[in-house]
Every structure is written in structure tokens, then in C-alpha cells.
Write a protein that binds this ligand. Structure first.
Ligand code: NAD
Length: 478
């Protein structure tokens, strides 16, 4: 298996190193595995100029040709899945098989949006004789995109997919902690023959890069996935320039477990999902509101399965959960759990760090956590499930809606009236019943409230990358 790749910037179709670098750390053993080049002002300005030139080329490339090229890059990612998954496990810590599944998911995002590239239909508005009103959807322009570290490949793939399918160029700043996923995407597009400047990849100091890119006149849209705090900051920068934004921000997903459900099955799948990616997923099921008549049974089931999670280095076979991706996350999770227990919450399994080297944390279940504990309002973004009893569906919905977030939400029930009530009243961009899958390439994904706005995926996925132009055409000169 290849070693961790040499990290470079990709600007105007060329690879670039820089004098200044920052270390990339393997979270399983804290070893330095690579160095990211830090983009300086000159490199960023080159990337902006390249994106402006690239846009002129790409916007005039036919949608069919754009789709072919995106599919070609997706095929390369599929072909290179083992090598890429290896890099992801080293830099992020997730188990190798989950890293490989992520590469496939990234390819699927690209393939879905490639298809959508050829379906950005406009419309003809009925009009009187001698005049036609036609609505066109045109690429909005160069995009500044920012992707996070929790899914090093599929997160940047989703941004690249939407922008390129719509006919936009982009400057992508991928996460500094996990740069290899985005690097592999840039390589796949480079090797597929993407024209120079259409996709540019930079790393460095996030605040410096976002400031420089977003304040540039070249940038017409900002796409970000990450925390609500940073999303709010970037939205502020963009608003100074009236630049449109797509924001995929935090979540703190409620799971409503009703008394009629298959409690053991719900508990088992909930434990697996809550610990997936060490809980570092914006759609992670985190706040469980369980009907009091099945509370003990559910708590016992989720505790047992969570405790059985095999934790270790993601390169080891059979490991289900790796370390947290960075030391900030480990410290944050430890702090939130301490606050929850101080407030009166009970730990039914886990509760602490594992070892002293690597950012491992035990899969943790908390029960009966008071609403005023910080963890009931702040997303844990770690391997923590909070299980609280409720006396009715109405109480559960009220509690579900009691946070600023509204990204994913889940329900376990077979009662049509319960499902109806959840569909009407749960505040979320994505509601899943009897499944903990919240996002697929073909379904629109995004939040309400402080979870952001705009959607990625589905037929809605390209909307933000397109500007509407209404053209009125008279057959005579008035
Ligand atoms: P953070 O808020 O410091 O950073 C979040 C992301 O934003 C990182 O990728 C970071 O590189 C980027 N970032 C930070 N400041 C930036 C700036 N000024 N300009 C551009 N990008 C910037 O937090 P963190 O410790 O890295 O992550 C923890 C929190 O982030 C979690 O609690 C979670 O809410 C959130 N997060 C969400 C997602 C998601 O998928 N929605 C993914 C990763 C992290």
C-alpha cells in the first residue's frame, strides 16, 4: 500500500508547494504523517485569477461534456478507492472499510450531479403574440468552497460536484487536518483532463483564506460545511459583497422512539449509527426521546450495543470506531460529558478517554440528562448518545424542537398518525422514519434554523450554483 501522499496546492492546472507548511497528524497515534503547504496571498490571488479564467472555459463547455468529465473523475476515484481509503484512515482515523465506503459515496455524489448537469431546465412563460418570455438557469460564477474534516473525501466531493455540474469553477479550501481526500479529488479531475483553472485546491490558515477569497470580486458564491459559528462568520463576510451562500452547518439530531416500535431493533441500529465516524457526523442521532413505557428496554439495548463497539486503529481489521479526528474534539467531548454528569446525567457505558496516546474516546451513553446541561443544546460531535424518557409524542416533538439546530431528525414508529404529526411539526431539513439514513445523492440535504440554508443533492442540489435569467424577446422593435 502507498504511503500518505505528498500534499500540494492545485492552482491553474499545476501542482505547487510552498515554503511554509503545517503538519498533518494521525489521530490514532499522534504521529506526523505529512505537511500541508500553506497558501500565501500570492497563491490565493493566483487561484482566484485561475478560477476566473477557468469559469470562462467551463461555462461554455456543453452540459453533456461537463457530465462526461465529472463521471470520468468519479470512475478514477472508484478505481483508486483502496489507495484513497488508506490515506483517509491515516489522516482521519476512521476504519478502513468506512473510508472506502466514503470514497464510493463521494463518487456517487459526483455521478448524481453529473446527471443533473444535463437537466438544469428553464421554462417558457405564456405570453402574447410577438413576444416570448424564457427563463434560463446559468452558472452563477466562480465559487469559494470550504469543506470540513469529518468526511475528507465525500464532503469536498459534494461541493465540487454541485459547482462543476452547474458550470461554475471553484477555489476549494479543504480541511487542513484531512487534506488527502481533496487532493485525490483534484488528481482525479486533473487526470481526467479538466481544463486548467476550473478546480483549484488550497490549504492554509482558514481565517486568512476565507477573508481573501470571499472579499474578491471574482467570487460569486460561498459554499461551506462546518460549524454554525464559522458559517455565521462566513455569511457575514459574504453579505458585505452581496455574495450568495450555501451553508451546511451543525445539527443535534433528535430521535423519537414511540411505544409501538420494535424497540430492540431500534436500539441496535441507533447504537451503531451514533458511534459511526466516532459520532463526528452532522446528522448523527444524538438526542433520544423515548416513550417512558419502553425507556428501560431501549436504554438497555443501546447501552449494550454501544459498549460492544470495537474501538481501535482504523487500519486494524474488525475495528468499528476509530479515534476522534483531532485533539480539539477529544477535549470538547470530555468537557461536555463532565458537564452532563455534574448536572445529574447518568453514564450507562463509557464516559472517558481511552489511553493517553491517540484521541480515542469510549462509546458513551448518557441517560436522564437534564435539559439545562450544555450537551442538550450543543452538538457533541463525538461518540455520545443521550437517552431521556418522555410521556408522549407531543412532549418528544417539543423537546426535539428545543435546540437552535434543525438538520436531521428521526422517528421510530409504525403508526400513521404519529408519522403524520412528526412530518408536520418536527423542525428539520431531513426527517427519516424507521431508518437512520438522512442523506443520499438523490435526496436534497440541508437544514433549517441555525443548521443553515440551501440544499445539496437531489434535483435541488444545483439550484444555489445557478442564477436565474429571465429573457423577454419581442419579434418587433418597440
Ligand atoms: P471550527 O468551528 O473551528 O471549524 C469547523 C470547520 O470550519 C473546519 O473545517 C475549519 O477548518 C473551518 N474553519 C474554521 N474557521 C474558518 C474560517 N474563518 N474560514 C473558513 N473556514 C474555517 O471547529 P472544529 O473544532 O474544526 O469542529 C468542531 C465543530 O465543527 C463541531 O462541533 C461541529 O459542529 C462542526 N463541524 C460540522 C461539520 C458538518 O458536517 N456540518 C463538519 C465538521 C465540523
Amino acid at each position: 500500500m502507498n504511503e500518505y501522499p505528498e500534499l500540494k496546492l492545485y492552482i491553474g492546472g499545476s501542482w505547487r508547494t510552498t515554503a511554509e507548511t503545517l503538519p498533518v497528524v494521525n489521530p490514532a497515534n499522534e504521529a506526523v504523517i505529512g505537511q500541508i503547504p500553506v497558501a500565501d496571498t500570492e497563491a490565493l490571488d493566483d487561484a482566484l485569477a485561475a478560477a476566473a479564467t477557468g469559469f470562462e472555459t467551463w461555462r461554455t463547455t456543453s452540459p453533456g461534456d461537463r457530465a462526461d468529465l465529472i463521471r470520468s473523475a468519479a470512475s478514477l476515484l472508484r478505481a483508486r478507492q483502496d489507495e484513497i481509503a488508506h490515506s483517509i484512515t491515516l489522516e482521519h482515523g476512521k476504519p478502513f472499510e468506512q473510508a472506502r465506503a466514503e470514497v464510493i459515496r463521494g463518487a456517487e455524489f459526483l455521478e448524481w450531479d453529473a446527471g443533473e448537469a444535463t437537466r438544469t431546465y428553464g421554462r417558457v412563460i405564456p405570453s402574447g403574440p410577438g413576444i416570448r418570455h424564457i427563463v434560463h438557469h446559468q452558472p452563477i460564477g466562480p465559487v469559494a468552497a470550504f469543506s470540513p474534516w469529518n468526511f475528507p473525501l465525500s464532503q469536498p466531493a459534494r461541493k465540487v460536484a454541485g459547482a462543476l455540474a452547474a458550470g461554475c469553477s471553484l477555489v476549494l479550501k479543504a480541511a487542513e487536518e484531512t487534506p488527502a481526500g481533496a487532493l485525490h479529488i483534484a488528481e482525479a479531475f486533473h487526470d481526467s483532463g479538466l481544463p486548467a483553472g476550473v478546480l483549484n485546491l488550497v490549504f492554509g490558515v482558514p481565517a486568512d483564506i476565507s477573508q481573501r477569497l470571499i472579499s474578491s470580486d471574482a467570487i460569486r458564491m460561498v459554499a461551506f460545511t462546518g460549524s454554525t459559528a464559522v458559517g455565521r462568520h462566513l455569511t457575514g463576510l459574504a453579505s458585505d459583497h452581496m455574495t450568495t451562500v450555501l451553508m451546511e452547518l451543525g445539527g443535534h439530531a433528535p430521535v423519537i422512539v414511540c411505544e409501538d416500535t420494535d424497540v430492540d431493533a431500534a436500539a441496535e441500529s441507533s447504537a451503531i449509527r451514533a458511534m459511526r465516524n466516532a459520532g463526528q457526523v452532522c446528522t448523527s442521532p444524538t438526542r433520544f426521546f423515548v416513550h417512558e413505557s419502553v425507556f428501560e428496554q431501549f436504554l438497555e439495548g443501546i447501552t449494550r450495543r454501544s459498549a460492544a463497539t470495537v474501538v481501535g486503529d482504523g487500519m486494524e481489521p474488525g475495528v468499528e470506531m476509530g479515534p476522534l479526528a483531532n485533539d480539539r474534539r477529544l477535549a470538547a467531548v470530555v468537557e461536555l460529558i463532565a458537564d452532563a454528569t455534574d448536572a445529574g446525567g447518568e453514564v450507562t457505558t463509557g464516559g472517558g478517554r481511552i489511553g493517553t496516546t491517540g484521541y480515542f474516546h469510549e462509546p458513551t451513553v448518557l441517560a436522564n440528562v437534564p435539559e439545562h446541561a450544555r450537551i442538550m443544546q450543543e452538538e457533541p460531535f463525538g461518540p455520545v448518545a443521550i437517552v431521556n424518557p418522555v410521556d408522549s409524542l407531543d412532549t418528544a416533538i417539543e423537546r426535539a424542537n428545543s435546540v437552535p439546530y434543525g438538520l436531521a431528525a428521526y422517528g421510530f414508529t409504525n403508526r400513521a398518525d404519529y408519522i403524520d404529526r412528526m412530518v408536520d411539526r418536527v423542525e428539520a431539513g431531513n426527517l427519516s422514519i424507521n431508518t437512520l439514513e438522512a442523506s443520499l445523492p438523490e435526496t436534497p440535504f440541508g437544514g433549517v434554523k441555525s443548521s443553515g440554508y440551501g440544499r445539496e443533492g437531489g434535483t435541488e442540489g444545483l439550484h444555489h450554483y445557478l442564477a436565474v435569467k429571465s429573457v423577454s424577446h419581442s419579434t418587433t422593435t418597440a
